[in-house]
Every structure is written in C-alpha cells, then in structure tokens.
Ligand binder design. Structure first.
Ligand SMILES: C[S@@+](CC[C@H](N)C(=O)[O-])C[C@H]1O[C@@H](n2cnc3c(N)ncnc32)[C@H](O)[C@@H]1O
Length: 258
C-alpha cells in the first residue's frame, strides 16, 4: 500500500512537471513523445491540449455517438476530451479525470478558450473514481493505466462507473515476452510511461477478471528499443530475444464492453 502511494506520488510529481514545462521531451532524457500518433487531422483537435503524451487514439475504436457521456481517465491537458466533444456535440457530455493539479489547470484553461459548457475536468484518482455507479456511456484512456499501481482496483472502478452495455477503449503500453527487470526500469525511465506495464496477456486477462466482456485488441504498434539501450542494461541474450521478436514493447488499443 505504502509502495503504491509512493508510485502514485512519483507519477503525479512527474506529470505536474511535464504540464509546467510544456515539453514532451524534458531535460532528463525522458522521451514522453515516442509513442504518440498524430492528431493534427482529427476533428475537434486542440493543439494546446496535445502534449504528445498518448500512445494511440482511443476515440477511433469506440464508436462514440452524439449525446453520449464520455469519461477520459488521465486526461492530461484535455487532448482526447476535445476530440470526444466534437463527436458527442452540444447535447453530450465529456468528463476528464486527472490527479495532477497542473494538468487540470492546463486542461481547464484550454476548455475556457474553447468555451465548451459540457466539458469538465475533475480531480481524482483512477483507483477511486469520484463518479456514481452506471453513469457513463463510454470510457477512454490514453497511455495512463500502465501508470496506475493497483490495476485490479482501477479496472473494477472503471466498470462500476460504466452503464450496463457501456464501451471502453484504452490505449496503453504493454510488453510481450519477458523483459528483464533492469531493462524494464531503463525503458521506463527512457519512455516515461511504462513504469507498471503488464504483459499483453495479463493486461487482457485483468480486464476479463474485472468483468469486462470480450476485451479485444484493435490496434498494436511496435515500439523500437535501440540495441544500445538493451546492451547497456541487459545481456546479449536479451538483445537476441528482441531481434527474434520474443520480447517486444508495444502500444495497443483495447476495446471492451461492460
Ligand atoms: C502519459 S500522460 C497522458 C495524458 C493524456 N491522456 C494524453 O494523452 O495527453 C498520463 C496522465 O495520467 C495522469 N494519471 C496517472 N495516474 C493517474 C491516476 N492514478 N489517477 C488520475 N490520473 C492519473 C497523469 O497525471 C497524466 O496527466
């Protein structure tokens, strides 16, 4: 428990820093932008909200409809919330949830500039979502859940706030094969957002165990890890495993239903 709180404090501090520095690639060699897809052509795109912190485009895979209530977990500066707002329209509702005060400030400022009355940003922890049961149609999340230490708690909270039949689309970083711990730590530092990444099978299984129906991967993207980084933090054997594709870091977008 103590350890989980430490992890969360570390993550919160990091993202407060990222929000303040307004840079994706900050001066500590952490490259937060390495997984990002381009949003430039997306309807509803707000460039100031795009800190290049995502690792997919979760709104692409969940068939959001006009009038629906969308919840974005770990909403950062609001990037996916504004894309979702362009789909739900005037009669829908978008809620962004984040625990970083600085990210919330940025997101609220962006929202003020856009003048949307049906988009709001609330402070909260994904392990304890401050929303009622069965209250949202769609949950999206972009490159966040791997940062949450208690995934069982988080996934059960997500399911609790979704309406029966509600849909979920999450983009996240996962691992295929066995990534040696030292290398995992090095990649986490380098990439910024894979500190608690699960193996792909465990990730899908965790959604099943939380009671989600038919979680399925809609998109997979291979993340290149340099030979140099691998050899600096691991062995020739690990390098060979990477080259043969036995070990891989990837971003996925997963769809599931309550
Ligand atoms: C990698 S950034 C992604 C931001 C945003 N989804 C995007 O694509 O631009 C992760 C975000 O999740 C938030 N976050 C991480 N763990 C969280 C938690 N347990 N509860 C709420 N927010 C969390 C961080 O504060 C940060 O804003």
């Amino acid at each position: 428990m103590e350890k989980n709180n430490e992890v969360k404090q570390f993550v919160m501090d990091r993202y407060n820093e990222v929000a303040e520095s307004s840079c994706g690639c900050c001066g500590d060699n952490t490259n937060y932008t390495m997984f990002s897809d381009s949003y430039a052509a997306k309807k509803g795109y707000v460039p100031d909200a795009d800190l290049s912190l995502g690792c997919g485009i979760p709104t692409d895979y969940v068939n959001i409809k006009q009038g629906e209530h969308v919840l974005d977990l770990g909403s950062g500066a609001g990037n996916d919330c504004f894309v979702a707002r362009s789909i739900v329209g005037e009669n829908g509702k978008v809620t962004g949830l984040d625990f970083s005060d600085k990210m919330l400030e940025k997101a609220r400022l962006n929202n003020e500039k856009m003048g949307y009355k049906n988009v709001s940003f609330v402070k909260g922890d994904i392990e304890s979502i401050p929303l009622p049961d069965n209250s949202v149609d769609v949950v999206i999340s972009n490159c966040v859940l791997n940062l949450v230490p208690d995934k069982t708690k988080a996934f059960s909270e997500i399911r609790r706030v979704m309406k029966p039949g509600g849909r979920l689309s999450v983009s996240d970083i996962v691992i295929r094969g066995d990534l040696p711990q030292e290398l995992r730590d090095a990649v986490a530092l380098y990439a910024g957002c894979i500190s608690g990444a699960l193996k792909i099978d465990e990730y899908i299984q965790a959604f099943k165990e939380a009671g989600f129906e038919n979680p399925e991967t809609k998109k997979e993207k291979h993340l290149p890890i340099s030979d140099r980084l691998i050899l600096k933090h691991s062995t020739e054997k690990a390098l060979a495993d990477f080259k043969e594709g036995l070990v891989e870091v990837l971003s996925i977008t997963l769809f599931a239903r309550k």
